[in-house]
Write a protein that binds this ligand. Structure first.
Ligand code: C2E
Ligand code: CA
Ligand code: CA
Ligand code: CA
Length: 277
């Protein structure tokens, strides 16, 4: 911990033992969850001009012993122990099948976004996997948006650019998640065939009383408009944040103010209420 001086080595104390044991428990439970398919996919609607315009698929894991484990806890572990490829593929399959079912039921057609770990970009399998998932689900590719973080560009940006071009040629959309949080060069990033950026929650929180954040977001929106990128604001929690972002011309808003991530049954309601354009 910070109080004890950061990375200074310590004795293997009780709290470390507990953390180590907890970590092992999660690892083992995670392996079992992957084998048995113990995950559920939730959906968080995004809005534009007061209407639902798209949604993000987010994993939920309820372990019989550990209870609810947050994706911010288990996704990094899954990345470390090599389970993330299977987990993301599961999410993608569910997301595409579900959206296709909703289309077939005559519900509002909107794109579904799925999160892709940076680990996929060290793999040749990614493009053919996405192609296979699209084929098998029968969902039109323009309704799938892949959310990737800037961290993919740290290693081998040339290779990553190639993969992104290939993904685009399948007809899917590409979104840069947690925009502004990463370390990539803006120039390099914006040279790629990207459709959307999602401004990280840290820049949105309290934007209505933080002039620097407001200035920063306004500049991002300016650049994005010039490049014809769709811009999503993440983590919109208050009316005031919403009002300012709408006034600034942000395309889509996502956050607890409008809806938390919800299960399939609740999502259906959002897809039923409005005009089915
Ligand atoms: P993310 O991709 O940035 O997803 C947005 C996170 O912000 C979600 O957390 C969502 O529930 C939360 N959120 C949405 N609106 C608000 C808000 O107004 N306020 C606050 N405080 N939070 C809000 P969640 O579902 O816990 O997921 C955490 C992270 O786990 C995600 O961050 C994503 O990086 C990762 N993740 C989730 N599902 C998957 C998946 O299927 N594959 C991969 N690779 N990563 C996933
Ligand atoms: Ca995301
Ligand atoms: Ca995000
Ligand atoms: Ca985030």
């Amino acid at each position: 911990s910070k109080e004890k001086g950061g990375n200074v080595p310590q004795f293997f104390n009780e709290s470390m033992r507990n953390r180590f044991q907890e970590r092992l428990l999660i690892e083992n439970a995670l392996r079992e969850a992957v084998e048995k398919g113990c995950f559920e996919l939730f959906y968080q609607p995004k809005t534009g001009a007061g209407k639902v315009t798209s949604m993000e698929a987010l994993l939920r894991w309820q372990d019989p012993v550990l209870g609810f484990v947050s994706p911010s806890t288990f996704i990094p572990i899954a990345e470390e122990i090599g389970l993330i490829l299977q987990i993301d593929e599961w999410s993608l399959v569910q997301a595409c099948r579900q959206n296709k079912r909703w289309h077939d039921q005559g519900l509002k057609r909107i794109p579904i976004s799925a999160n892709l770990s940076a680990k996929h970009f060290q793999q040749d399998y990614l493009v053919s996997m996405i192609e296979k998932v699209l084929d098998e689900s029968g969902m039109a590719p323009e309704y799938l948006k892949l959310e990737i973080t800037e961290s993919v560009f740290i290693n081998n940006p040339k290779h990553v650019a190639e993969v992104i071009h290939k993904l685009k040629s399948l007809g899917v959309l590409i979104s840069i998640d947690d925009f502004g949080k990463g370390y990539s060069s803006l120039y390099q990033l914006l040279q790629l065939p990207i459709d959307e950026i999602k401004i990280d929650r840290q820049f949105i929180k309290d934007i209505d009383h933080n002039e620097k954040k407001a200035l920063l977001v306004a500049s991002i929106l300016d650049i994005a408009r010039g490049l014809q990128l769709n811009v999503v604001a993440e983590g919109v929690e208050t009316e005031k944040e919403k009002d300012l972002l709408v006034q600034m011309g942000c395309d889509e808003l996502q956050g607890y103010l409008f809806s938390r991530p919800i299960n399939e049954k609740h999502m259906v309601k959002f897809l039923s209420v409005e005009d089915k354009s």
